[in-house]
Design a protein around this ligand. Structure first.
Ligand code: NAD
Ligand code: MG
Length: 334
């Protein structure tokens, strides 16, 4: 026990050293840590003062957006997340692992001792390579698997590649998602509707079905749903229903897979400052005031949700299944 503590403390110090070295070596990451004031881990901190508040600069990007081009850049815990061996030896596949919540989970998982494969859309290579570098700095295996989740054949390849590169899988984080804000249902094209359904509903089905025969008892599936599942905005007609479907499949699969020893849970974020919001996720007028309606007067940052993704995957959460953990700044009702 004493020895384990020593090892984990040593790992924490090594991980911090590596983080600062990386921040110094990578201007993009140095900016990331400089612009969005990260919280300091153990120290008590006032959530109203932690992170940037609106108004934000109007900064539209074409879908799916790059978080490295955002101002301020989202904080995914690059310089703040401290691991303590909670996922030692685990093998995780995270969709949307290049940016936002998926990136925060990928960084945290690596610092907790897991090997991590990330999927992302091919145009997001720049964000993805930063994440792979951060995973490798922890001495963990980082595997980049770009591709379009709307394609069933690709989803199968993704799982098979993650299995062979990591030598197995015991954590699936089905996190990738696509919104498209539209004032009216009349503005939603069939193509857009189809893309949202394929990405948010079909892809998790394809991926989980392909992975399931390979998941040992003790595995964890974590899905990213949303406050929109419970209290959908008028302009997120298509997206809101996919997040309700996500919440629903978590509860159904938890019942189905519980007897096999596989836990299934979801995370329901409120408004979080990510690339998705500047690439079609919210209406142009709300980009600048994004998150001012939360109890803290600001949007969340992905780093503030990282510990939830860790908690739901960790072996000591062994009684939690079929649950939705909310983190929304006081809005929405998971
Ligand atoms: P993000 O843009 O950083 O991440 C979303 C990722 O989804 C992208 O990086 C992209 O890699 C992936 N993706 C989308 N379509 C894809 C496709 N066809 N093929 C491959 N990858 C694809 O934004 P985020 O906010 O971190 O989003 C993560 C999850 O959180 C999503 O499911 C989103 O719906 C959910 N969510 C976000 C918020 C918020 O306010 N940001 C709130 C509630 C829920
Ligand atoms: Mg991205």
């Amino acid at each position: 026990m004493k020895n384990e503590n020593k090892i984990s403390r040593r790992k924490v110090v090594a991980s911090l050293g590596a983080t600062f070295a990386l921040a110094a070596a990578s201007p993009a990451l140095a900016i990331a840590s400089g612009k969005a004031k990260p919280f300091s881990g153990a120290a008590i901190s006032d959530p109203t003062k932690l992170y940037p508040k609106p108004p934000f600069k109007f900064q539209p990007q074409p879908w799916p957006g790059l978080q490295s081009k955002m101002d301020p850049m989202p904080d995914c815990g690059e310089s703040s997340y401290k691991g303590s061996g909670r996922l030692t030896g685990r093998k995780a596949l995270i969709t949307g692992g290049d940016s936002g919540m998926g990136r925060a989970a990928a960084i945290a998982y690596a610092r907790e001792g897991a090997d991590v494969a990330i999927n992302y859309y091919p145009t997001e290579e720049q964000d993805a390579q930063e994440v792979i570098a951060l995973i490798k700095r922890e001495g963990r295996k980082g595997v980049a698997i770009p591709g379009d989740l709307r394609d069933e054949a690709f989803c199968k390849q993704l799982v098979q590649k993650a299995l062979s590169e990591l030598g197995g899988l015991d954590i699936i984080v089905s996190n990738a998602g696509r919104p498209q804000a539209a004032e009216s249902i009349l503005d939603v094209s069939t193509e857009e509707f189809d893309s949202i359904m394929k990405t948010n509903i079909y892809a998790p089905f394809f991926i989980i079905r392909e992975a399931l025969p390979h998941l040992p008892p003790g595995s964890a599936i974590v899905a990213t749903t949303s406050e929109q599942a419970y209290n959908p905005d008028a302009w997120l007609y298509a997206y809101g229903q996919t997040k309700a479907a996500t919440m629903n499949y978590v509860k159904s699969l938890a019942k189905q897979l519980g007897p096999k020893g596989i836990r299934v849970n979801g995370v329901a974020p409120g408004p979080v400052w990510t690339a998705l919001q500047v690439s079609g996720g919210t209406t142009p007028d709300k980009q600048q005031t994004f998150g001012d309606w939360t109890m803290f007067g600001r949007p969340g940052q992905p780093a503030e949700l990282a510990s939830i993704y860790v908690q739901l995957a960790a072996a000591d959460a062994s009684f939690a299944t079929g649950q939705i953990y909310g983190s929304s700044g006081g809005v929405g009702q998971p």
